[in-house]
Design a binder for this molecule. Sequence first.
Ligand code: ACO
Length: 402
Amino acid sequence: AIDIGKLRDLTGYITLDSGYKNTGATQSSITFLDGEKGVLRYRGYSIEDLAEKATFLEVAYLLIYGELPTTEQYAHFENEIRTHTLVNEDMRKIFEGFPVNAHPMGVISSLVSAMSAFYPDSYDSKQPDATNLHIVRLLAKLPTIATWSFKKSQGHPVNYPNNALDYCSNFLHMMFALPVDKYEVDPAVSKALNKLLILHADHEQNCSTSTVRLVGSSQANLYTSISAGIGALWGPLHGGANQEVIEMLEDIKADGGDTQKYIDMAKDKNSGFRLFGFGHRVYKNFDPRAKIIKKAADDVLGKLGVNDPVLDIAKRLEKAALEDEYFIKRKLYPNVDFYSGIIYRALGIPTNMFTVMFAIGRLPGWIAQWQEMRENKEPIGRPRQIYTGPVQRDFVAINDRK
Ligand code: ACO
């Protein structure tokens, strides 16, 4: 029989930290974040520099392989990705089964998970290690899969990738080209997309990344781990907030533009309402990504000649919140999701695709973190608990239960 007292002696005390507010789960050399000062760096490079000067694929390479690529390494990496942008036609058959109004996040997470079935070497330990090929496949195919949902919602045929184009332009081509018209990618749109994807590329041990690492810690394959991360990202408290923000701003507009009313509602704990795009688990100062995106929103809308009244509402809402004692006391600032949706909308991307854009951006970070966890041979993730249920009870036969 088990000696409970002895077992307790052996297991010792358990740390309870719901939501892991102050518990480090790993050591990592990928992303540095100082939430008090508002600093974010990928592999030591500042987010401001990377967003201004790098391409998304350079940043993906940096996160995954640890260094910025040389010209030759970049050409090789980009070429590998171009080679894999097509998606198996049998995956199309799975896709055809989704209803036309299926949320694209549900679709991409299912199809990424299905990729493990199409590439069984991803889970068969007897086969030679093909991790790098799986990494390239994911980076290459996720944009293709993502655009399918949009095309279907429009009732349009899907576009095949145009591998003469760079990563961002190819995505825009698959989203917006029609068989009847010649579609030219606007360089301003492609540049804006490049910046947004870089800003989303990694953010250390956030909810979706921790999910990817936790699933992968059981040695589950890369596709399944990433699919789980997409699911975690979908939630409105995480990546799903970008869709919620624009819907909230639209509601405020339809309601006459009274931002104070919504601030008051967010302060009222009984309302069940939160100001989406505000607050962050780690940033107790301006989210540096939000600063860059706010400026980019002005630039992009100006360049494209888009006048979106929602941008004005967002700025008024931000100003009012930053002057409000409730938000000051709790150090609640705009986060990455507050302005990103306004830019996506100006680029022609529909609201239900916003979180998908986040997923495309975050993919290199998830991959890098999954790989680091594997290379460091981390043990299976398995949190403990404090049991609060009944003490031992005697079984009662079904007919004797009250
Ligand atoms: N509106 C109103 N009050 C808020 C908000 C908000 N957006 N965010 C936090 N608060 C309040 C909380 O009610 C709590 O108040 P209390 O101390 O009086 O109880 C206090 O600020 C601390 O908030 P917590 O929820 O405990 O903080 P936590 O770190 O658990 O949550 C989170 C962080 C989930 C981001 C939260 O700020 C939130 O829900 N924000 C809105 C959703 C959002 O924008 N999510 C995107 C985050 S960025 C990303 O994932 C990419």
